[in-house]
Design a protein around this ligand. Structure first.
Ligand code: ADP
Length: 181
């Protein structure tokens, strides 16, 4: 199988990760629209193709078959220009991503968003704790080069606009740095 790296792509692959409810889907879809990139929601890919390997009794949800998800997405991702959305990040191949953004939301704001989504009990508490302990940010920093991992505040509509501008800027700089090679 051919080995791909960022050298093969003209547009970067971006991972949007963070605790559920921090706004990955909202930001990812808006970015894809405005920057003409491909938005890929990993949860939706898994659901559509039934890429599961069991059932989690604690959370009452299917368990992702990570190897099959990677196989399914490999070709799309290798083309570059993808915005990948998932609430975890350590199982993806490191070579896939050029820039990683970890969305962060204040606890009270996140609590309300998850409650509105119908989360309660342990599922709600565990997700709030995940955000308090910055679990996903630590996971991203330990799984990828810390120099490509950036936290982004995601509390209000102004943050959404600021984040879109920041990401546009990162993409332009990424493209400029490639042209110099
Ligand atoms: P995720 O994909 O991380 O689970 P969503 O994009 O589905 O999160 O967002 C969760 C909720 O928060 C949605 O109701 C969405 O409209 C809202 N939301 C997302 N980003 C923002 C933001 N920047 N300001 C205000 N509300 C937001």
């Amino acid at each position: 199988m051919a080995t791909y790296s960022s050298r093969n792509r003209e547009s970067p692959n971006i991972l949007l990760t963070g605790t559920p409810g921090t706004g990955k889907t909202t930001l990812g879809q808006e970015l894809a629209l405005r920057l003409d990139m491909q938005y890929v929601n990993v949860g939706d890919v898994a659901k559509e193709k039934e890429l599961y390997e069991g059932w989690d009794e604690d959370y009452q949800c299917p368990v992702l078959d990570e190897d099959r998800v990677i196989d399914e997405m490999e070709e799309i991702v290798n083309n570059g220009g993808c915005i990948i959305d998932y609430h975890s990040c350590e199982f993806f191949p490191e070579r896939w991503f050029d820039i990683i953004f970890v969305l962060r939301t204040d606890n009270s704001v996140l609590y309300n968003r998850l409650q509105q989504r119908g989360y309660s009990g342990r599922k709600l508490q565990d997700n709030i704790q995940c955000e308090i302990f910055q679990t996903i940010l630590d996971e991203a920093r330990s799984s990828y080069l810390p120099s490509i991992v950036f936290p982004l505040a995601s509390n209000c509509p102004d943050d959404l606009e600021t984040n879109i501008d920041k990401i546009k800027d990162y993409i332009e700089r990424w493209k400029a740095s490639k042209e110099q090679i």
